[in-house]
Design a protein around this ligand. Structure first.
Ligand code: E4P
Length: 223
């Protein structure tokens, strides 16, 4: 499974990237706004600089007018590098832009997916990635994991080249369920990513090992 950090916070990205096997960073306009920067492009550049070459940066266009959207996509690519994945919301103009960009070898992620048929259209249009919003779907009375599962099924049925990047998580159970159904990738906040790895019983077991050693040997080292 590929795992991305859903954040634009430099400290959080740095911390996690140093500790965990991370495949890249995803951002959206709301996440960037949280950082309160006067120059958001500068922030995106900083994120790109702290990532390795083999790690991906996903960044979202804000325009919805087709021409402006394409123009903004190319500005982001010029600034952040050709490997940047352009996130495009699943509007009609977005769908048109995905088709154009994919024909020009630009990788796109169709974002804000709430129904598997949006996956079908985005994958057919050539989106390299599609992002169903698990928690937002659950929050509105739907079944986020079912949308992920059916998106995976549609991609497989038609041999589309798209991958599902499940997004919008509020708990580790949602993330775990995505792993069980073979979701290609997930993106989650640093907190959710950390919570999905750490366990209180693991911490207390480690503490007990150290205490047993100290009780027996004091400050004597093993090596
Ligand atoms: C990711 O690409 C999405 O923009 C993000 O996961 C949305 O998450 P939220 O529902 O927690 O805002």
């Amino acid at each position: 499974m590929k795992i991305y950090i859903d954040s634009a916070n430099i400290n959080e990205i740095n911390e996690l990237n140093n500790l965990m096997p991370i495949d890249g960073v995803t951002t959206n306009p709301s996440i960037i706004c949280k950082e309160n920067r006067n120059n958001s492009l500068e922030l995106l550049k900083q994120i790109r600089e702290i990532l390795r070459d083999d790690q991906l940066l996903f960044t979202q266009v804000i325009e919805d007018n087709y021409d402006k959207l394409i123009d903004q996509a190319y500005q982001l690519l010029n600034l952040l590098g050709k490997d940047t994945v352009i996130k495009i919301p699943v509007t009609f103009n977005g769908l048109k832009a995905i088709q154009y960009l994919e024909k020009n070898n630009i990788n796109t992620l169709a974002t804000a997916v709430f129904h598997p048929q949006q996956t079908n259209w985005a994958a057919k249009a050539g989106a390299k990635y599609v992002a169903p919003y698990v928690n937002r779907i659950d929050h509105h009375g739907g079944d986020g994991i079912k949308v992920v599962k059916e998106s995976l099924c549609i991609i497989k049925n038609y041999d589309y080249k798209s991958e599902v990047v499940a997004a919008s998580f509020k708990n580790t159970k949602q993330l775990h369920e995505c792993a069980l159904i073979g979701t290609h990738s997930i993106t989650a906040s640093p907190n959710i990513l950390k919570q999905s790895f750490s366990h209180l019983s693991s911490s207390s077991s480690v503490a007990q090992f150290q205490q047993d050693w100290i009780d027996k040997y004091g400050s004597k080292k093993l090596t």
